[in-house]
Design a protein around this ligand. Sequence first.
Ligand SMILES: Cc1cc2nc3c(=O)[nH]c(=O)nc-3n(C[C@H](O)[C@H](O)[C@H](O)COP(=O)(O)OP(=O)(O)OC[C@H]3O[C@@H](n4cnc5c(N)ncnc54)[C@H](O)[C@@H]3O)c2cc1C
Length: 296
Amino acid sequence: MTRPTLICGAGIAGLWAALKLAPRPVVLLTGAPLGEGAASGWAQGGVSAALAADDSAALHAHDTIAAGAGLVDREAALALAEGAAAEVAELAELGAPFEREGADWSLSREAAHSRPRVARVKGDGAGAAIMATLIEAVRAADHIEIRDGWRAVSLLGDASACTGAIAQGPDGEIETIDTDTTLLAMGGAGGLFALTTTPAIAQGQAMAMAARLGAVIRDPEFVQFHPTALNAGLDPAPLCTEALRGEGAILVDQTGHRFMKAIHDDAELAPRDVVARAVHRQNASGKGAFLDCREA
Ligand SMILES: Cc1cc2nc3c(=O)[nH]c(=O)nc-3n(C[C@H](O)[C@H](O)[C@H](O)COP(=O)(O)OP(=O)(O)OC[C@H]3O[C@@H](n4cnc5c(N)ncnc54)[C@H](O)[C@@H]3O)c2cc1C
């Protein structure tokens, strides 16, 4: 008998994988109550894909590689760019309310993209809208057993094979789940930092569990920082959507000087790491960094 695939995590990655595994049986540990604790629900701008008539997967991959300062795996970039348009179409078919302009997709421009390429969903509510669609589909799917509020505590097996996980239920109960296939979709590690825009639960647990089992962890230093968030003394900090700079918002210091122009040809639309570092330097030097949306 086929043993269910164990999926740990119920953001877009875990939910989408669970649906795509049909008709194979799946046990889904949601970590937090289903729909909560996932960065996916907080995503704002939309999904990047070559959907415009004057765009292509090759150009999307080219922009991705150019933004990566020589560190991008070309094959992975191309595979992601080539698959993106079909994924957006599939999500839309499932019911995700992507915005349209007639027969065309409604697309925003964001940093490091040479074309408007971010498919919008419900204004800046892309993640919440896609999550709602996926949750409805997962709840209706016969092949998925949802363990709401259950979280993985550690993995079973050794470096040669993962054989399941020890899971903890919402009331503290512990259960061993044996399986042949385990998929870790437990989000990132942004919550480890003093200030983050991601849910606090995202503390790299999947990487830690896998490393403890003997897995080799690749590129853990790659952590994405949003360059602009509301400085309101909150952690997580509310994001000021990337799309604002795409629509013309500029970054100025406390004297009103637009500092990104001297740093990169694309100014505020430079790759996100370049803008994030510049904002950090401005703040550390006391000059300040402010997002000026008056002309956007
Ligand atoms: C504010 C914000 C805005 C963003 N905007 C965009 C955007 O516009 N476009 C874009 O492409 N990307 C955007 N991103 C990035 C995007 O949201 C993430 O890359 C994506 O959602 C990651 O999905 P995921 O399913 O891998 O992880 P998550 O959505 O973080 O899901 C992780 C899941 O794992 C669960 N979990 C945690 N620990 C355990 C455990 N021990 N056991 C079981 N489950 C566990 C959590 O409860 C959650 O269900 C944004 C991110 C943020 C924070």
